[in-house]
Design a protein around this ligand. Structure first.
Ligand code: PLP
Length: 400
């Protein structure tokens, strides 16, 4: 690259670093799980992982891994094609049918990721005569998907149903109105008020789209996500979600909806038309994950118990956490630098967590985001609480 241009990029990177916003990758040398091995400057060490989206502990779960092996042996490694040319195997059709059945929709369409599912959704369904009303804290992929669409865009403060109603009124003259929201907001672990949202949608003749990536498989009595939690199954029109979190943790996403919508997506959705089909081992393991969700609630129960144990222990220790019962538990710190120091100190204690600060969360609301998993043992949780207590007392975050 010519030197002047390269210097320009380097200067931009240096600005990010100077602003304290530099993100690094910690290298893991074990499978994903509750106990992992990470590289340190001088070697490697074992730590307890509290920052994966491995909610049900399926990322390296033996039955899921075995299913991936079987898929590899039976159907090969890759498809070398998009779905509509020669990239559709029986497994793709079966997984789509099983996802649709589990989440109670007529049909589902697989994508390479939920990012793609959202990126290929809005533009395929809505045009300039329509309006999309979007929660301000929606995931980047929902925001990007909406930007690709020519519909009118309106935004409401996160979870603010009064503001949502105002927006619905001001979009009354649009042909269609679509409310787009994450089911769970990942920085807070809070749920979108889907009951109120669906009520407003009915009153103002709007569609409801929910991205339930941080809920599918474990939120709601049988893991069917935020629509189930709020008793709104059948009232959400479009559901997008990921296979990359609770449902095995590899990759892949999907959109579930009515047959008319999925038919149209298969004709028009660009990531579906122009990006490779999911590989057979992932399809096979995804099917195994969905079967496990259908079959037993043991993992969901364990996740619930672990979450309750951690939340109660942290409150008892004197920490401020965002209330709720989601396995995302934000431990509020305030100052960005302190949050980073707390995360470093916890790693020294063998607890791997990440601090989040502005611009991902509001200024002065820096936090440690702890994520529980069904893979954690009660003893792991207790060790995390003990480590937080030691570090918190040392840094004057809690009374010692
Ligand atoms: C993680 C996440 C995604 C992205 O999912 P991928 O399958 O990893 O692309 C999309 N939306 C939300 C709300 C998420 O949390």
């Amino acid at each position: 690259m010519n030197e002047r241009t390269d210097r320009r990029f380097a200067a931009q990177a240096a600005e990010i670093r100077a602003a304290g916003l530099w993100k690094t990758e910690r290298v893991i040398t074990s499978p994903q799980g509750a106990v992992i091995t990470v590289e340190t400057g001088t070697g490697s060490r074992e730590v307890l992982n509290f920052c994966a989206n491995n909610y049900l502990g399926l990322s390296a779960h033996p039955p899921v891994v075995e299913a991936a092996h079987r898929g590899l042996d039976d159907r090969g490694y890759g498809m070398s094609s998009v779905r509509f040319i020669c990239g559709t195997q029986d497994g793709h059709k079966q997984l789509e049918a099983e996802l649709a059945a589990f989440f109670r929709f007529e049909d589902a369409v697989l994508y390479g990721s939920c990012y793609d599912a959202n990126g290929g959704l809005f533009e395929a369904l809505l045009g300039e005569d329509d309006a999309i009303i979007s929660d301000a804290l929606n995931h980047a992929s929902v925001i990007d998907g909406i930007r690709l669409c020519r519909a009118r865009r309106l935004r409401y403060a996160s979870g603010d149903v009064d503001e949502l109603e105002e927006r619905l009124k001001s979009a009354a003259d649009s042909r269609m109105r679509l409310i787009a929201t994450d089911g769970v907001f990942s920085m807070d672990g809070t749920l979108a008020p889907l009951d109120r949202i669906c009520e407003l949608a009915a009153r103002y003749d709007a569609l409801v789209m929910v991205d339930d990536s941080h809920a599918s498989g474990f939120v709601g009595p049988t893991g069917r996500g935020t629509p189930e939690h709020f008793g709104m199954m059948g009232r959400v029109d479009i559901l997008t979600s990921t296979l990359g979190k609770a449902l095995g943790g590899a990759s892949g996403g999907f959109t579930a909806s009515s047959r008319a919508v999925t038919d149209l997506l298969r004709q028009r959705s660009r990531p579906y038309l122009f990006s490779n089909a999911l590989p057979p081992p992932i399809v096979a393991a995804g099917r195994a994950a969905v079967r496990m969700l259908e079959g037993t609630s043991e993992l969901r129960e364990r996740l619930r118990e672990n979450t309750a144990r951690f939340r109660a222990g942290m409150i008892a220790a004197g920490f401020t956490i965002k209330p709720g019962d989601h396995p995302i538990v934000p431990v509020m710190i305030g100052d960005a630098r302190v949050a980073a120091e707390v995360a470093d100190a916890l790693l020294d204690e063998g607890i791997y967590v990440i601090g989040f600060s502005y611009p991902v969360v509001p200024r002065e609301e820096a936090r440690i985001r702890v994520q529980l998993s069904a893979a954690h043992e009660p003893e792991h949780i207790d060790r995390a609480i003990a480590a937080f207590s030691v570090v918190g007392a040392r840094m004057d975050l809690i009374p010692s």
